[in-house]
Write a protein that binds this ligand. Structure first.
Ligand code: GDP
Ligand code: IMO
Ligand code: MG
Length: 427
């Protein structure tokens, strides 16, 4: 029963889409277990580039069944347009399964996300504005709408009424907005029911049966470890658990079933939105990483904040996820630097700190302590094995592995499926 979890080890955009797609041909199921269309996963196959938001990256592998688990929040209009976009490009999406227990991102959740951010002003999180936080808030408040509710109009109406009761008070009295009409929301949601019906399933049962039948299941995280609601840089986080435990709750599979946890780790660091980021660069190096790495958000088109590799964060990701392997991505982007600084510890109030501080205030004050490694100038994008890499690139990878606490089992040297060095097999 091989069950693998693949997740972001930093602040997202590590290259999860590429890594999942690479494994997609050898696994039977790829499951998204949290997040929603705040995710933007890029997959490059030959000369074709796909940007996936809600659909698991396994959707591009014909033998693989893509699954949207119960822990995901689903915006039906986004899902349907993503499906039709892929169909127009000749991708068969008929195998998709969606959990009936997944929560729906309603139009009012999107509105609340946007007005809340505006209201926060300079304290805003910098969310993607896709209604993610308010939808998870409704779920925890027990006023959420689930996929299964689309199939019972009377229940749906009662639930939308309950959800809008308080929200309309807040929208009109606090935010000076117009109230949202229950019927309008119900009508829009019911309109999606028939189109989604072929995909809705008891995904918990399907996945557990698949594992019993020795099928290979890959759980694909959205976002990254440091954006986790419990283990990330709260409050500058997303509202779900991309960390490994989230795969169990977000898909209904017990922890005893998980055999491997792969952390996707960029060879440097990026972040989108607000929040602390100790190795962030505001100089030409940061600009160069952004330009060479193409660091622009897939979902919102915002420039990503860029900085050097942070080993403290990588070690933390190893710990909170129980990582068994790393997939190091974008090593090719570092080609051309004579010296590459790597953050090995922090200095907080004059003291050297080796591990991520639990205190938010301390993390805000953390200054990176750098060690500098020699760079390389040779093109590495054609490298097929570790020994094809220049000595200094090999040493950079070995140094990161030693600092990060888990073996680096694959290395990305370009965005394409085949631009990967496989060191240890994942399956
Ligand atoms: P995700 O959200 O973790 O799936 O990552 P994104 O797709 O948002 O961002 C990663 C970007 O890096 C995408 O444009 C990928 O095509 C690209 N990418 C992934 N791996 C590599 C790599 O090894 N080298 C280079 N140059 N680009 C990569
Ligand atoms: P992938 O899957 C990078 C960030 C937002 C914001 C915070 C909260 O492509 O790695 P939200 O809309 O989730 O409430 O926003 O989280 N964020 C991401 N940053 N990659 C992502 O996804 C992200 N999804 C959310 O920028 O700071
Ligand atoms: Mg992304």
């Amino acid at each position: 029963m091989p069950a693998l979890v693949l997740l972001g080890a930093q602040w997202g955009d590590e290259g999860k889409g590429k890594a999942t797609d690479l494994l997609g041909g050898s696994v039977d199921y790829v499951v998204r277990y949290q997040g929603g269309n705040n995710a933007g996963h890029t997959v490059v196959v030959g000369d074709q580039k796909y940007a996936l938001h809600l659909l698991p990256s396994g959707i591009l592998s014909p033998t693989c069944t893509p699954v949207i688990g119960n822990g995901v929040v689903v915006d039906p209009s986004v899902l349907l347009s993503e499906l039709s976009g892929l169909n127009e490009r000749g991708v068969d999406t008929s195998k998709l399964l969606i959990s009936g227990n997944a929560h729906i991102i309603t139009p009012y959740n999107v509105t609340v996300d946007k007005v809340t951010e505006r209201f926060l002003g300079k304290r805003k999180i910098g969310t993607t504005g896709r209604g993610i936080g308010p939808t998870y808030a409704d779920k925890i408040n027990r006023v959420g709408i689930r996929v299964q509710d689309l199939y019972d109009e009377s229940i749906l109406t009662q639930k939308v009424e309950a959800a809008l009761d308080v929200k309309n008070q807040i929208l009109t009295k606090l935010y000076n907005r117009r109230a949202i009409a229950v019927d309008q929301v119900v009508e829009e949601l019911v309109g999606y029911a028939e189109k989604l019906a072929p995909y809705v399933a008891d995904t918990v049962l399907v996945l557990n049966q698949a594992l019993e039948d020795d099928k290979v299941v890959l759980f694909e995280g959205g976002q990254g470890t440091l954006l986790d609601i419990d283990h990330g840089t709260y409050p500058f986080v997303t509202s779900s658990n991309p960390t490994a435990g989230g795969a169990c709750t977000g898909a209904g599979v017990g922890p005893t079933k998980i055999s491997r946890v792969i952390g996707i780790l960029k060879a440097y660091t990026t972040r989108v939105g607000a929040g602390p980021f100790p190795t962030e660069l505001f100089d030409e190096d940061g600009e160069a990483l952004r330009r060479i790495g193409g660091e622009r958000g897939v979902t919102t088109g915002r420039d990503r904040r860029c900085g050097w590799f942070d080993a403290v964060i990588a070690r933390y990701a190893t710990r909170v996820n129980g990582l068994t392997d790393f997939f190091l991505t974008k090593l090719d982007v570092l080609t051309g630097w004579e010296q590459i600084p790597v953050c090995v510890a922090y200095e907080i109030d004059g003291k050297r700190v080796e591990e991520l501080p639990y205190s938010q205030s301390d993390f805000h004050h953390a200054k990176p302590v750098y060690e500098t490694l020699p760079g390389w100038s040779e093109d590495i994008t054609k490298a097929k094995s570790f020994s094809d890499l220049p000595k200094n690139a090999q040493n950079y990878v070995k140094a990161l592995e030693e600092m990060s606490g888990a073996p680096i089992s694959a290395i990305g040297v370009g965005p394409g499926r085949d631009e990967t060095i496989e060191i240890n097999s994942f399956l």
